[in-house]
Design a binder for this molecule. Structure first.
Ligand code: C2G
Length: 448
């Protein structure tokens, strides 16, 4: 009996998939189809998959061509499967020509012609309304957003707004945007959602105006430096049934989510301490160092470390105090925030003028988790125990600049419109971060 195997995501099952499976079946007597998990697709760089694994398996089953369906969840599995299952022929579409030649030592490898003019990507674009996004602000951060946004097929960047038209124009030309403008109403008329990348003092007003005009909002961190304002905008978003999301990219990165899950499984026991550090040296006459722009180490850099603390220990700390070194303008160049919870502690260490190791350490009663710098782009971490033989290392891919994960989540939230799914960063967590920022600024003003 000739055994054939093929693999795929089979998202939004279409004619191309059907033809491929039919021809694969015709190559032998017994066809095994490997369907990828979401995690493996994410690892491969496919962050747009719409159908669930169960739905995709069901569609493959319904064709009647597969004699057996298996799940593909890791790199290197194909070689294992071919040997384990006694495969005679490995086949896949011609978009992969050459990629699986290494299997030729174990079986025959056949690349079948792809069906023209149909693909999951095309269907995703046709089936779902592409979300038109406008960028507010045209500085460095907005520039980083552009190439990352290209990886998310559910959205398209349509326009850029800046009250300084010269800056908007430069950005529009650089990234080939048709609409670059200093006209707010014109800008809003072109889009469904905004990404706010303006200096942080302007966030609150932009969020309010965009929500009022019925636009979804993704806002750069720190979203808001005041608890009451944060509560107000989240209430407004809820009332209008719009998505409002804070762009702390770590929150949406697969590696960070895995880290949280493992920490919460309690293999390290009860968590007693979280230490998170983030430093980035900066100097000169820049916004980050201006008191009137609410610059400084804490407002600039503490969002991700605070996210880690709140995710791991919660929002209900009993005590919080700060220590800082400030420059001649009163801006903190180094700050430590000390949290006291009922039965745990946390420290956040941030510096624009002091360099340190950008580590995250989570200490528990049985062991600790160490995430190497840069922990906020979580790629790998180690769980360590007293008995070092039990130590375990985990690796998770972090693609590009990582913004694609938050952009993808933003699009998914808009399409799903389901409040229950917001576990990666909740409104309550963003409000808690805004409150900590406010407490810090109040303390800094007082200690001047
Ligand atoms: N396919 C095709 N014609 C199309 C589209 C897809 O023949 N118009 C084929 C692909 O070449 C692949 C299969 O259908 O063999 C499944 O396609 P995808 O779901 O896009 O999966 P893919 O990412 O190609 O996964 O590591 C190899 C992968 O497992 C194949």
């Amino acid at each position: 009996m000739k055994k054939v195997i093929t693999y795929g995501t089979f998202d939004l099952f279409h004619e191309g998939h059907y033809n491929l499976l039919k021809r694969a079946k015709d190559l032998g007597e017994y066809l095994i189809v490997g369907v990828t998990t979401e995690q493996f697709d994410e690892y491969r760089g496919k962050v747009n998959v719409i159908d669930s694994l169960m739905e995709r398996i069901e569609r493959v089953r319904q064709t009647g061509f597969a004699d057996e369906i298996i799940v593909e969840d890791h790199l290197g599995q194909k070689l294992d499967d071919v040997q384990k299952l006694g495969i005679d022929i490995f086949t896949v579409g011609s978009d992969w020509v050459g990629a699986f030649d290494y299997l030729k030592d174990y079986c025959e490898v056949i690349y079948l012609d792809r069906t023209k003019d149909v693909s999951s990507t095309m269907l995703r674009e046709k089936n779902q309304k592409i979300i038109k996004i406008g960028i507010i602000g045209s500085g460095r951060i907005a520039g980083r957003f552009m190439p990352e946004a290209k990886n998310v097929s559910a959205i398209n960047i349509e326009a850029v707004y800046n009250p300084r038209i010269e800056s908007a124009k430069k950005f529009g030309k650089k990234f080939d945007l048709d609409v670059y403008t200093d006209n707010w109403d014109f800008f809003l008329s072109k889009i469904d959602a905004v990404y706010i990348a303006s200096p942080h003092n302007a966030h609150y007003e932009y969020i309010k105006q965009a929500l009022t005009a019925d636009k979804h909002v993704l806002c750069e961190k720190p979203m808001i430096l005041n608890k009451t304002y944060a509560e107000e905008v989240f209430a407004l978003a809820k009332e209008k049934n719009l998505v409002l999301m804070e762009a702390i990219k770590t929150a949406y990165a697969p590696g960070f989510i895995k880290l949280l899950n493992i920490a919460k499984m309690r293999s390290i026991g009860k968590i007693y301490d979280v230490e998170a550090c983030f430093t980035r040296l900066a100097s000169g006459n820049i916004r980050e160092l201006k008191p009137e722009e609410n610059g400084g180490s804490f407002t600039e850099l503490a969002s991700a470390p605070l996210l880690a603390v709140i995710k791991l220990l919660g929002k209900d700390y009993d005590g919080l105090r700060f220590e800082s070194f400030t420059d001649k303008n009163g801006v903190d160049i180094y700050t430590k925030a000390y949290f006291k919870y009922k039965d745990s502690l946390a420290t956040v260490k941030v510096g624009l003028g002091v360099k340190s190791e950008g580590q995250l350490i989570i200490s528990g009663s049985n062991g600790y988790i160490i995430v190497d710098a840069p922990w906020w782009k979580t790629q790998g971490f180690e769980v360590r125990y007293e008995d070092t033989n039990k130590n375990e290392k985990f690796f998770v891919k972090y693609l590009g600049d990582g913004l694609r994960y938050e952009i993808n989540e933003f699009a998914a939230m808009i399409n799903k419109n389901d409040d229950k799914n917001r576990y990666k960063l909740t409104a309550g967590e963003s409000i808690a971060i805004a409150e900590i920022m406010e407490r810090f600024l109040t303390w800094r003003r007082k200690s001047e």
